[in-house]
Design a protein around this ligand. Sequence first.
Ligand SMILES: Cc1cc2nc3c(=O)[nH]c(=O)nc-3n(C[C@H](O)[C@H](O)[C@H](O)COP(=O)(O)OP(=O)(O)OC[C@H]3O[C@@H](n4cnc5c(N)ncnc54)[C@H](O)[C@@H]3O)c2cc1C
Length: 315
Amino acid sequence: MAPDSLAGVALAWADQPGDLPRQFESRQALEAELRRLFPAAEGNLSPIRGGRRQAEALLSRVQPARYAKGRNFLDGPVTRLSPYIRHGALILAEVRDAVFARLQAPGGGGRQAGEKLINELGWRDYWQRLWQQLGDGIWRDQEELKTGHHPGAYNPDLPADVAEGRTGLACMDGFIAELHETGWLHNHARMWMAAYLVHWRRVRWQAGAQWFLRHLLDGDPASNNLSWQWVASSFSHKPYFFNRGNLERYSGGTFCRTCPLSEQGCPFDASYEQLEAELFKPLPSVRSVESGRRERSGPRSSGPSAALSRPTRRR
Ligand SMILES: Cc1cc2nc3c(=O)[nH]c(=O)nc-3n(C[C@H](O)[C@H](O)[C@H](O)COP(=O)(O)OP(=O)(O)OC[C@H]3O[C@@H](n4cnc5c(N)ncnc54)[C@H](O)[C@@H]3O)c2cc1C
């Protein structure tokens, strides 16, 4: 590896005594220094490279016109910019400007085609503003749960098999391994994992949120906690859940093909009606409108199980 590949862009200010080192001969040297500084830390360096240069390279490859249709697929054209935005290597406004510039270039598709991606940037901004208002209140349920279960019915601790990635479900264990090894997960994988933990395992969303924050390179209490609350239904009008058909479709079936529970014992292998009856206590006034519209496979076009849906009621 060339030494300058780790140098990044020079900072505008000089080194101060006590600063952490910024220049390393190689990635191995960086890793060794981190091990020395943080002896209690486990695992290896994430393969995701930090820094402004890498952020700019990713920004130059965004595909806003393809984003809306493909973003729910694990191999879809998402930007992977979140760690850079989270750590200030990019600011939202310049991502927005880059997206518009791309759309207006020949063959770019025009401004309209980028609506979905711009919306997502808007969600990040919105969550941050809410966090400013809520402060530590972001760790509390924003509304009552719509699952029919009392908050006390949820386990406050992360189960050990989840923390260690040995649930026996190829999909969940695969996502957990990716979270641990890279510090990044696709949005749909985050939603599936959060729903699995909160609704199938009946764990409090706060335990999942804390766990994510320990591992995510883009982890921040605003986007993270409010997304967990959206899944749990303390910040949305219905709980988010999914079934096997949905996971299989958007993951290309890769997990189900190798899962030991694929033929028998998959907890997601049921219709939305069956899962709803299994997971939640009846709340007819909340969910009756949706019933009858759910299909065994594929997401609903609206409502909590649609990957694109959003809370309709907020504080
Ligand atoms: C349970 C759960 C936890 C999450 N925790 C975090 C977190 O800690 N930090 C975080 O940045 N995002 C979080 N998200 C939101 C989302 O999953 C990530 O922002 C996204 O997957 C990052 O990948 P990307 O950069 O390729 O996003 P893209 O889909 O390419 O979107 C571009 C940018 O828009 C913003 N964005 C996209 N989707 C969302 C969203 N749903 N909410 C807010 N901003 C969004 C991000 O800044 C992202 O980088 C969470 C979602 C869920 C369901």
